[in-house]
Design a binder for this molecule. Structure first.
Ligand code: NAP
Length: 291
């Protein structure tokens, strides 16, 4: 479908972050607007931490229809919003904002994105024993949706132990049916836990660099284990490469990135997202980066 030229009624969406110029989101969302005939454009707004309040004030005053929020504003944005959906409140971070007749409502679609990608890979979270390495912003979002999806146990480990403890506390309060506990982040402790798990998730940036270590012993990578890495750049981390070679089911972070965008698009427009178009746009960006 041909995109309508920009006019007086064109909806404005975008992303705020710092740094954010590397983002793949504009091609995904602009492609989706065009495919669905939605008269809107998605732009990138570089907003440094000291300017967040002013930037949100400006977006609100200009009547921007909605926006994504990325590092480092996902938590600080909450103070600038009028309301939050339940999951975003539990997670304590927002990645999607919708302008509803002048009031700004925050959502977090990262966790939903992960769980949708997991299901699309043929893995249901129900009844699963999960080990998650990392307890930062992404891990918080993913674990809330995994708990909501009915996982049996969740073992958390983070280099900053207090972060894992605080996440475990929040999960125990809101999802008492999931047995949540914290373990150490040493290779020995992680390997011991991963041996008992159905799903192993890396929610740390470890794996983005070629020289990064494997956080678990290779012997835990059994074919029955599902191994997920939230890292999408590179698309195949050392963990995923080794897991694939060992016969595990593997999933990188591209699916999560895609489906968080799909969920955001649907929150904003109320239109069923053209997932195929968004996936194609995203993959072509990833490919270009790795050419
Ligand atoms: P974050 O808030 O910085 O959290 C990462 C956590 O991992 C921190 O608590 C960090 O502790 C911990 N950590 C680092 N190295 C570790 C290790 N060797 N063992 C145990 N814990 C370790 O980052 P984030 O926003 O959650 O993002 C995490 C990863 O997910 C990034 O690679 C990001 O690109 C990816 N991500 C992907 C998507 C997607 O759509 N696919 C979305 C969001 C994020 P310290 O702070 O003490 O180092």
């Amino acid at each position: 479908m041909k995109q309508k030229p920009i006019n007086a009624h064109t909806g404005i969406y975008g992303i705020i972050g710092h740094p954010v110029r590397h983002t793949f989101s504009p091609s995904m969302h602009n492609g989706a607007f065009q495919a669905c005939g939605v008269d809107a454009r998605y732009l990138v707004f570089e907003v440094c931490p000291g300017s967040l309040k002013q930037a949100v004030h400006g977006l609100r005053a200009l009547g921007v229809s909605g926006f994504n929020v990325t590092i480092p504003h996902k938590e600080a944005i909450i103070a600038c919003l009028d309301s939050l959906d339940r999951e975003a409140e539990i997670i304590g971070a927002v990645n999607t904002v919708k302008n509803i007749r002048g009031t700004l409502k925050g959502y977090n679609t990262d966790g939903e994105g992960f769980v949708t990608a997991l299901r699309k890979s043929g893995v249901s979270p129900g009844g699963k024993r999960v080990v998650m390495i990392g307890a930062g912003g992404a891990a918080r979002a993913v674990s809330v949706y995994l708990a909501r999806g009915g996982i049996k146990t969740l073992t958390l480990a983070d280099a900053a132990d207090r972060r894992a403890q605080s996440l475990a506390k929040a999960l125990k309060k809101h999802f008492p049916r999931t047995e949540t506990r914290v373990t150490g982040a040493s290779k020995a402790a992680l390997s011991r836990e991963a041996r008992q798990a159905d799903i192993l998730i890396n929610a740390t940036p470890v794996g983005m660099k070629k020289s990064d270590p494997l956080l678990v012993d290779k012997t835990v990578l059994k074919p029955s284990l599902v191994v997920c890495d939230l890292v999408y750049n590179p698309p195949e981390t050392r963990l995923l490469r080794e897991a694939k070679q060992s016969g595990c089911t593997v999933m990188n972070g591209i699916g999560m990135l895609l489906y968080q965008g799909v969920a955001a698009f649907e929150i904003w427009t109320g239109v069923v997202a053209p997932t195929g178009v968004m996936k194609k746009a995203l993959l072509s960006q990833v490919e270009r980066k790795h050419r």
